[in-house]
Design a protein around this ligand. Sequence first.
Ligand code: BES
Ligand code: MN
Ligand code: ZN
Length: 506
Amino acid sequence: MINPGELKLTAVSLDIKRVAAGALVLGVARGTDGPRLLASPLPAAATAALQASLSVLGVGGAADEVRRVPAGAGHLADVIVLTGLGKVEGDAPTSEALRRAAGAATRALSGVPTVLFALPAETLEQAAAVAEGISFGAYAFATHRSESPRASALPPTAAVLATAAAADPALPAVLKRAAVLGRAVRATRDLVNLAPNVLYPESFAQLAKDAAKSLPVKVTVLDDKRLEKDGYGGLIGVGRGSARLPRLVKVEYSPAKAAKHLALVGKGITFDTGGISIKPAGSMHEMKSDMAGAAAVLQTVLAIAELGLPVKATAWLCLAENMPSGTATRPGDVISIYGGKTVEVLNTDAEGRLVMADGLVAASADAPDALIDVATLTGAQMVALGTRTAGVMGDTTLRNAVVDAADRAGEFAWAMPIPEELRASIDSQVADLANIGERHGGMMTAAAFLAEFVGEVDGVKIPWAHVDIAGPAFNTGSAYGYTPKNGTGFSVRTLVALAEAMAAGN
Ligand code: BES
Ligand code: MN
Ligand code: ZN
């Protein structure tokens, strides 16, 4: 059911003899004195002719500008695709500019099975960026179509990179990493894009089991009876309004030589109607994406396993469907989170923090070295940071490490505080806590709530960070760069980068 597709990534040196490719991708920078063709492997005369025609073709080199032109006889491919890199300092575009330019070209190349990319890729780092952009851009979601897509709608299945680093012994590992990351990102998008009548807690748990089968990853599913018995009141309280009962899924990769343990907790509300505090109808369907955190942490652990990183990684998927019904939790109900803390539910639409509280307590019991939760938690995240930048909160050191990992990975994330004065706003008149509080800065109020459920080891709080991905997880606008419409796969790359840093002893 989730089929992120296969993409073969290979490399050739710059003196390209013959490559059977349907298209050749070249980069164009937006220079101060007009568009500039970069790193063309074509013969000098052909390069000069193409450079001279850019302005007439209306090619400016802006980011996300992709233009197909005929290649002419005797060239390396039938068609040349010019992809904009935006403004470039000197001749070296940034990694993210390369990722986006490669991704935008790949999105435009549906129907072309094999593509040759001759974007500036002098260094391993640049080659990695091009490979990643291709991997993230080669995506289509057709699971729910009654007929399989026409060939012209299929993304490329093979990409050849022309790079000066082709003979570098480190390149195969770089290409493998790009392929693994790409598969994880695309599989995350698939899970997010699946219709909520198809992806519900039980089926999500089954998909997690299926996806882990070929890897050294153990998947344990706690069903609703077990959750009830063990006192997971957050998952039960949120899920009780639905006929599709909740699940808690533990996904473990535990290599022999692991130095550190990274625990991840993901919000997996497979559909969020708001419950009794029901949401308006307008864009409610977008709430099928409210499980993006769980999808991302699942795929992160699978990617870490596939890369064989020497880090123990555990993902906890907090799966429930938030529905209104005769059995649903009401505003005013008091529930008891795993471990015993009680919460007065004043708004059933603030459900994410309830299931995440169960997950944080459960994950804390393993005493991980770092505990990171990922959730499409608040609309306030988008008010604060917009639709493309995640908010990162929690303990200063780990919070900043997550932001740094995002910077390296090419995802936008921004450190936000958890102001001390917000804590009192989630006091309840009847229970230990209320599930809503100060409305202003609501992303941080939600974080203050989650902080109450992070465990301690020998009286010391487990290092914790909270990532609110409400905006970046789901693209309701147009596609851009390597990012498609709808599910984006956000946070997988950041979390893998963080795991790599932990593996390297940071
Ligand atoms: N899943 C939503 C948050 C959300 C909104 C994610 C829009 C993506 C796009 C969450 O469960 C929610 O409803 N949060 C409420 C909290 C409020 C009741 C305190 C919100 O943000 O309005
Ligand atoms: Mn909600
Ligand atoms: Zn929600």
